[in-house]
Design a protein around this ligand. Structure first.
Ligand SMILES: [Zn+2]
Length: 282
């Protein structure tokens, strides 16, 4: 879709499945299963809509999916789409890995960062996007590299280490412009340094809230991921962010929604927010 000078495309970072309880936190299954039917292992389908934002000057990839390095045990557990969906999806758009000049991570969980690091022919880990500046929130990088035992399972240490060694990182603070027309907002909540992305051009705005509101099933304040490290912060920040999007008539880009890649949203007296103009791809 066009957003002023930006050309926005959905890039598939790899479909998978996550436990329904994990997807909806404190919401009981008897409630969420009315919205989405789980499989026999209590998992629900999860999309991985990364965003490619192109204009005359830049080719920005927002998030990179889970990549292609997982072993069979993980692949079965998450029912991960096989192959290298991110690279295949970029290729179908006619974009090579070399052309990406900015990779922007909302946060550093495996399903957002692992696609940025691949295994080379020699078996060594190497950057998937060798010419890109890799942008991540300063807080997020500090948490991911803190070595804190309580965060140990949250971050894929091999990928984090590969990024560190590649010397490709650019750490950003709140409300920083990454390239003209694209800025980030530190939301916290899901992780301490989690970023939302705001794209603006030609009087139009698009919000990528990522895991602070991963799908159109998460519009309500209390419907958030059990993975959230700071759930109270998600409950504070999400309604603010969605309120801005609703009041401003912004597009919202849904990272993990299998049905809706982009929509607008409207305020609703009972349901907080509702979807308007949903579309399956950008
Ligand atoms: Zn995620």
């Amino acid at each position: 879709m066009r957003l002023g000078d930006w050309d926005l495309s959905t890039v598939n970072g790899g479909r998978f499945r996550l436990d329904g309880g994990v997807m909806f936190g404190v919401v009981p299954r008897t409630v969420w299963e009315k919205a989405v039917r789980p499989d026999e292992r209590n998992r629900i389908p999860v999309a991985n809509h990364c965003v490619l934002a192109r204009n005359r000057d830049h080719c920005v990839l927002i998030d990179t999916g889970f990549g292609d390095k997982h072993d069979q045990l993980d692949r079965n557990f998450y029912d991960m789409q096989p192959g290298s969906p991110l690279i295949a999806s970029l290729a179908s758009l006619g974009v090579t890995a070399q052309e990406i000049d900015v990779v922007l991570f909302s946060h550093l969980h495996f399903d957002h960062v692992s696609g940025a690091v691949r295994r080379g022919v020699d078996g060594e880990l190497t950057l998937t996007f060798p010419n890109a500046r890799h942008v991540v929130g300063r807080c997020e990088w500090e948490e991911a590299t803190s070595g804190a035992p309580e965060l140990e399972t949250a971050y894929p240490s091999c990928d984090i280490e590969a990024l560190r060694q590649a010397d490709c990182l650019s750490l950003v603070d709140d409300d920083e412009e990454i390239v003209p027309g694209l800025r980030v907002r530190v939301t916290g909540g899901h992780t301490r340094g989690h970023l939302a992305v705001i794209l603006e051009s030609g009087g139009e705005t698009a919000l990528y809230p990522c895991d602070v509101c991963p799908s159109t099933l998460h519009l309500r304040r209390m419907w958030h991921l059990a993975y959230d490290v700071y759930p109270l912060e998600t409950r504070r920040q999400k309604p603010r962010l969605l309120g801005e999007a609703a009041d401003g008539g912004w597009w919202v880009l849904w990272n993990h929604d299998p049905q809706v890649a982009v929509s607008r949203i409207e305020r609703h007296p009972k349901r907080e927010f509702v979807v308007a103009d949903p579309r399956p791809a950008l």
